[in-house]
Every structure is written in structure tokens, then in C-alpha cells.
Design a binder for this molecule. Structure first.
Ligand SMILES: *[C@@H]1O[C@H](CO)[C@@H](O)[C@H](O)[C@H]1NC(C)=O
Ligand SMILES: *[C@@H]1O[C@H](CO)[C@@H](O)[C@H](O)[C@H]1NC(C)=O
Ligand SMILES: *[C@@H]1O[C@H](CO)[C@@H](O)[C@H](O)[C@H]1NC(C)=O
Ligand SMILES: *[C@@H]1O[C@H](CO)[C@@H](O)[C@H](O)[C@H]1NC(C)=O
Length: 456
């Protein structure tokens, strides 16, 4: 075991990883120091202590009286007692060695924890430096965008502060390089056309993005939109937007996309004269509920304002508008100008991902609708937060129309039904059906639900 220990000590320098070199070197130095001190103490102890191995005196005692049994016995007695004394001294030394070992161990533990602390301190310093670096060095503009800024009129009792920090998604600080890139532009000039990049940042969790002091590129030959209701079912002119961020370069291309192979978000949504025209007009008693059937579940006229989460090209809002109901449509621009399209129709788009807290006060909305967007791609915990947020913004008696939620058969009863039950909606209507287009063996399901926030 001793040789093992020896080997260990010898192996120390070879076994280290480069990052640990400094730490281990310091440990070795400390060990050496302790060992030197211990050796010195041991020497002093051996020289001055009661344990005196006076072997020469011992042999001298033996020699002059060879066969005298008495003196022999005496000698034997004294030898025995000396032996006993040395035994006890050895035991004592053992104990001291043990306690020294413990001391060394304790010292080493202390040293390690000290170094750990130093390391975390260094980490903190590093993080702070990184943030400083981000704010000073790379982009002064970012620092200005996210503040803090002193209030010109001083302390505000409303804010309980004398400064204000414009909000930015906490996730942004995790993507410092990208954020710095996003904040690089000519102040007062034209913004880079970086829609795809900035939307990717949003989707990753940097939401809201910081504000910028630049002008978005403006379309050439822009013509003003038609009045409602003519605009609602009209395809916008191609000159109404900048096409750079999208793989299609015209609305005709977007309309034709439904015939192309491959996956696109809301593939047939731009084709207003196609499937879009009939959505939510008819209730098939199954997954597809009709708007009028849903509105009939509440006293006439009590559903007035609401939100469509992930509302594609805004047709749900269009149909609701025909019923004098105002719906805000949240949507991302996933390889298509969804926000611009909705706005052109005369409806209200919001560029908001489903990760974001809904920008509405609690107990305000009469209805929240969502089709296809909420489904099993969302991490369970995050979905639960989203559903609670929907519950929050709905008024008592408000409706949550969860339209065609996609999941696997086992998830339906194991995950989503219990989750919805936990949140506390009343179930007014519930339909589940297997999605068969990719084969029964995939066990893919849709469910549609009409849920109500309880009145009390
Ligand atoms: C030896 O030691 C024993 C007990 O310690 C004692 O009884 C005895 O008398 C001693 N003998 C001599 C010769 O000193
Ligand atoms: C020293 O420590 C070892 C193990 O920790 C123990 O087995 C031994 O009895 C101790 N010796 C003394 C003298 O305390
Ligand atoms: C919507 O409001 C307008 C103006 O108040 C009214 O003329 C129309 O009948 C309403 N439409 C419906 C479906 O209630
Ligand atoms: C879920 O549970 C219900 C009621 O227990 C049952 O009728 C239904 O078949 C289950 N659905 C799936 C997909 O397992």
C-alpha cells in the first residue's frame, strides 16, 4: 500500500489534465511543505522525547555480568519495561501520525474548496467581463438599447426607481455573439435585412429582441391597401413587401406551394380561394368545429375580443371579423410573409412566438383559439406554462378553442388530458380522432376541445 501511495505521488504530475495543472501544482507544493514540517517535528520529537534508544548503554549493561541470574533477571525486567515503554511510544507515534494525516486531509479539503471558490469567483468575473465586453466593446448600441437609463425627472414612485431598463429577453444574454451581430448596423440608416436571423434568435429564446435605431428596408412601388371588407379576401400585391427573407419571391409562388412536395409551415394558407375559404364554416361533429356552433355556446354577442395563437394567414380572424368579433392573430414568419399578409387583409398580426408571455392583462379576452401550433413538439413543462397563460388572459366564462392538437395515442391520455385537467378548464366539447394519412401503425392522433374558464 505504501508503494502504491508512493506511485500515486510520483504519478501526480503525469496524470494531470492541463487545466488542473495549476491546482495540482499548488496542492503538491502544500503537501511538500506539510511533509517538511512534519519531518522536522518528528526529528525534534525523537531527539527530545522520552523515547531514547540508548542501545550502546543497553549492551554495556549486558556485558559485565554474564551468568548472574539475578542481574540477568533484572536486565530482563528492565528490557521488558523498556520494550513496553517503546511499544507505548510507538502506539503514541501512530496516533500522532494518524492525527497528522487527518490534519493534512483537512488542509487539502480546505485548499480544494478555497480553489473552487476562487474558480467560481473567476467564473463570475468572467461572466461579468463578458457582459461588460458585450456592452462596452462589441456593441455600445446594445448597451444603449437595454439601458439602464436615468430618468430625467428623477425618482419615480410608480417604478420605485430613478432609472429604467428597457426589457429584452433573458435568453438574449446566452447568445451574445448573435445578439452583437443583430445590434450591428448604421444608426439612423437602413437595417440589415436579417429577418431569418433575428427570427431564429427569437425562436431560440431571445424574445423580445432589443429595439434598434435603424429603418427597415422599405418596399418599392408600395400601393395603399383597399378598405375592409374588400381587403379581407384579397391577395396583396407583390410590391407590398420585401421578399429577401423568403424562398418564394411572389405571392403566386406562395399560393402554388401547396402543390409542391416537401414540408412548409401552413403550406396551403396563402391560397385564399382554396381550403382557407371554408375553414371553420362547417361543423362536422368531429375534430372540425364551426365558428357559429362555438359562438352559440355563449349568450349572443358576449364573445367580442380574442386571440388566435399561430393563426397562419389570419383567416380565423377574418371569419370572426365578419361576425363583428375582433381577433388578434399571433404568427411567426416561417419562410413566408404571414404577418404582412394578415395586416394587408386589414386584420391585426402580432409577431410573437408561443414562448412569450401573452401581452394581455388577466381576465380580459373572451376567446382564445389555436390550431396546429400547440402540439407535441413543445416541451411538456413549457406547454403547461403556455396553457396557464391562456387561462390567465381569458375572462371568467371565456372560451379556449384548442383546434386539432396533434400527438401520439399514448400521449393523449397520459400527458395532455391530465395536463388540461390540472389547469382547471371546464370541458364543453371534446373530440379525439386518429390521424390516418401516414398509417394506423403510427398511432397519431388529433384532438379538438372547447374549454371554458370557470366563472368563479
Ligand atoms: C521484576 O519485575 C517484577 C514485576 O514488575 C518484580 O516483581 C520483580 O521483583 C522484578 N525482579 C527483579 C529482579 O528486579
Ligand atoms: C489509525 O487510523 C487507522 C485507520 O484510520 C486505524 O485503523 C488505526 O487504529 C488508527 N491508529 C491509531 C493508533 O489511532
Ligand atoms: C356588425 O356590425 C355592423 C355595424 O354595427 C352591423 O351592421 C352588422 O349587422 C353586424 N354584423 C353581425 C354579423 O352582427
Ligand atoms: C383515452 O381514454 C379514454 C377514456 O378512458 C378512452 O376511451 C380512449 O380510447 C383513450 N384514448 C387513447 C388514444 O388511448
Amino acid at each position: 500500500m505504501a508503494s502504491g501511495g508512493h506511485d500515486q505521488i510520483q504519478d501526480y504530475p503525469r496524470k494531470q489534465t492541463p487545466q488542473q495543472q495549476i491546482t495540482h501544482n499548488q496542492k503538491c507544493k502544500l503537501k511538500l511543505l506539510v511533509i517538511v514540517i512534519l519531518t522536522n517535528l518528528l526529528t525534534i520529537y525523537l531527539l527530545t522525547g522520552p523515547f531514547n534508544l540508548n542501545l550502546s548503554g543497553y549492551t554495556n549493561h549486558l556485558s559485565p555480568s554474564p551468568w548472574d541470574s539475578n542481574s540477568l533477571l533484572h536486565e530482563l525486567n528492565s528490557t521488558t519495561s523498556q520494550l513496553a515503554a517503546s511499544h507505548s511510544i510507538i502506539a503514541e507515534l501512530h496516533q500522532k501520525l494518524n492525527s497528522t494525516n487527518l490534519l493534512v486531509q483537512a488542509l487539502l479539503i480546505d485548499l480544494t474548496s478555497l480553489q473552487d471558490k476562487q474558480f467560481t469567483n473567476q467564473n463570475h468575473k468572467f461572466l461579468k467581463l463578458a457582459i461588460d465586453d458585450l456592452s462596452n466593446g462589441i456593441s455600445n448600441e446594445l448597451m444603449l438599447a437595454i439601458g439602464p437609463h436615468k430618468l430625467p425627472l428623477g425618482y419615480s414612485p410608480r417604478m420605485r426607481s430613478d432609472e429604467v431598463q428597457p426589457p429584452v429577453g433573458a435568453g438574449c444574454l446566452r447568445f451574445q455573439k448573435e445578439l452583437a451581430q443583430y445590434m450591428t448596423y448604421d444608426i439612423g440608416g437602413e437595417c440589415p435585412v436579417d429577418d431569418v436571423f433575428s427570427q431564429m434568435l427569437m425562436l431560440k429564446g431571445c424574445e423580445p429582441l432589443p429595439r434598434r435605431r435603424c429603418h427597415p428596408k422599405s418596399p418599392t412601388n408600395y400601393v395603399e391597401p383597399k378598405p375592409v371588407p374588400d381587403s379581407i379576401w384579397e391577395t396583396p400585391p407583390d410590391t407590398s413587401i420585401i421578399w429577401d427573407p423568403y424562398s418564394c419571391k411572389s405571392y403566386q409562388c406562395l399560393i402554388e406551394r401547396r402543390k409542391k412536395p416537401g414540408y412548409y409551415d401552413c403550406k396551403d394558407c396563402f391560397h385564399l380561394q382554396g381550403r382557407e375559404k371554408n375553414r371553420w364554416l362547417f361543423d362536422n361533429g368531429g375534430l372540425d368545429f364551426g365558428i357559429d356552433q362555438i359562438l352559440e355556446t355563449k349568450p349572443h354577442g358576449t364573445i367580442r375580443i380574442g386571440l388566435d395563437i399561430g393563426g397562419g394567414t389570419g383567416t380565423f380572424a377574418a371569419r370572426m371579423r365578419e361576425r363583428n368579433i375582433t381577433i388578434i392573430t399571433s404568427t411567426m414568419n416561417l419562410d413566408g410573409p404571414f404577418n404582412s399578409f394578415i395586416a394587408w387583409r386589414g386584420l391585426i398580426p402580432m409577431h410573437l412566438s408561443i414562448s412569450q408571455r401573452l401581452p394581455f392583462f388577466e381576465n380580459t379576452l373572451d376567446i382564445v383559439h389555436s390550431m396546429h401550433v400547440l402540439s407535441n413538439w413543445i416541451p411538456d413543462v413549457m406547454l403547461e406554462f403556455t396553457l396557464y397563460d391562456i387561462y390567465r388572459v381569458l375572462r371568467p366564462g371565456g372560451l379556449f378553442w384548442l383546434d386539432r392538437f396533434f400527438c401520439l395515442g399514448q400521449q393523449l391520455n397520459q400527458t395532455y388530458v391530465p395536463m388540461l385537467n390540472r389547469i382547471g378548464f371546464n370541458k364543453l366539447r371534446w373530440n379525439a380522432a386518429m390521424k390516418l394519412d401516414r398509417g394506423i401503425q403510427r398511432n397519431e392522433w388529433y384532438f379538438s376541445a372547447l374549454l371554458e374558464k370557470p366563472m368563479t
